[in-house]
Design a protein around this ligand. Sequence first.
Ligand code: SF4
Ligand code: SF4
Length: 335
Amino acid sequence: MTKVHLIKEIKSDKYEKVLEQQLKSNFKKGMNVAVKLHMGESNKGKFNPELAKRAVKVLKKLGCKPFLFDTNVWYPGARHFSMTHKAAVAHHGFSEENIGCPIVVADDFVVTKIKHFQLKVFKPMVEADAMLVLTHFKGHAASAFGGAIKNLAMGCVSKGSKLAEHKAGVPNKVTDDCTACGVCAKLCPFHTIMIVGKKARINHLMCFGCSTCVYNCPSNAIKAKTTFDKVLAEAANAVIDLMKNKSINKPIYYVNEVMNISKNCDCMRNTGGIIAKDVGVLMSTDIVAIEKASLDLVIKQEGKDVFKEIHNHDPVLQIVEAEKLGLGKQKYELS
Ligand code: SF4
Ligand code: SF4
């Protein structure tokens, strides 16, 4: 069973000690280490720059050559272009001067394929020797929560691929089983469904393919070729496959910051406030185990599934899909 390490006192040096202990057998001297993280919009939602800085120190102590990276986003704003993206995140504390290693944001990709479309994956990451995935764990309107799976699936790909991931789950049909009950229109987080006459009608242009209507329709009347949770798992799988380069099997390690847990994703201008108390920082070699442990700890602490309650979308679905693809195991041992 995979171990997931929980560090509650993040200001103590236990953070560095556990991370070093975990990395030292696989992250070797001289390795170029791609450190993936979301460095934030102009809101409070981001991986804590101090924790990133401390992780970089650990990597450098091991003799590795880390660089932080993120990819540009498809929606308008400072993070749409590399130059403005880098300038914006420097304001959030993610500058080479503060973090102690290069910050790389570039439109430089290699192409791979997943089930329904092409995916362009960040080339400097693919060419690195190892990867450290630093993730801020929070709620998400389209997938109930955003964690390490989403950090890889959306965060390591081009603007066009990000949009394609959202659009893959757009429903293609509302069948005659629709009773015009209005449940889908009420629950759609992007308000893109109207009841017209005796049937639900989806505005496909505005739809983000979150699959919430598909999951919640009591008549099973909304059909789509895939779901957002499947797409996230498939894209994360493709990123890991490329990174590991199959035969070489490069090391990847995960750190989830389960703190500052907002209602919505860090990408949103308004992250919607805090929905759960801080849990701490989790670390693991297994992306499925760390996501499940992060989710379980929030649910246990709050006494209810806050993500499902708020977003009407079962947060475990993306984890189940990732496990099906062999990315890891849901069973873990917390230490
Ligand atoms: S939830 Fe289903 S049955 Fe109800 S309006 Fe929407 S599509 Fe029709
Ligand atoms: S998939 Fe359904 S719930 Fe999600 S944005 Fe599209 S119409 Fe709305």
